[in-house]
Design a binder for this molecule. Structure first.
Ligand code: DQA
Length: 145
């Protein structure tokens, strides 16, 4: 079974970007941990990072029929992109929302996610480990489908 992981804008800078908030782990580190865990769980993984809303929308649309689950950190798009939300709602693939930081203990403009209402669930505040938690959740969803 295939799982698609989508990292949103500025996550390519992980490790250098506000390390006090996002940690010192790079996106490459996170992706290799994900590949390792996916192999153990018997899942096939595709991982992409984009800084572009339209690319994110295209990627989600093209996932239909290809992937059993989407794990997405929409980054700043979380808070305002109706286009990303609509794309996730248009495909019939369950989505799991991930944030490295706990968005509810940060600035007020981060407290609202337009993605959460159409996601299966959200993992927020556990740093890079959140992606591994999401992968386990995806595995369980797929197994029980
Ligand atoms: C983030 C939280 C967002 O508010 C922020 O815009 C990000 C990263 C997180 O992973 O904690 O870029 O999604």
């Amino acid at each position: 079974e295939k799982v698609l992981i989508i990292h949103g804008p500025n996550l390519n800078l992980l490790g250098q970007r506000e390390p006090g908030i996002y940690g010192s782990t790079t996106l490459e580190n996170i992706n290799s941990l994900l590949h390792e865990r996916a192999a153990e769980l018997g899942l096939e993984l595709s991982i992409i990072q984009t800084n572009h809303e339209g690319v994110m929308v295209d990627t989600i649309q093209q996932a239909q029929g290809e992937y059993a689950c989407i794990i997405i950190n929409p980054a700043a798009f979380t808070h305002y992109s109706i286009a990303v939300r609509d794309a996730l709602a248009a495909v019939t693939i369950p989505a799991i929302e991930v944030h490295l930081s706990n968005i509810y203990r940060r600035e007020e403009f981060r407290h609202h996610s337009v993605i959460s209402p159409i996601a299966i669930g959200q993992i927020s505040g556990f740093g890079s480990h959140g992606y591994l938690l999401a992968l386990e959740a995806a595995w369980r969803l797929i197994r029980s489908a």
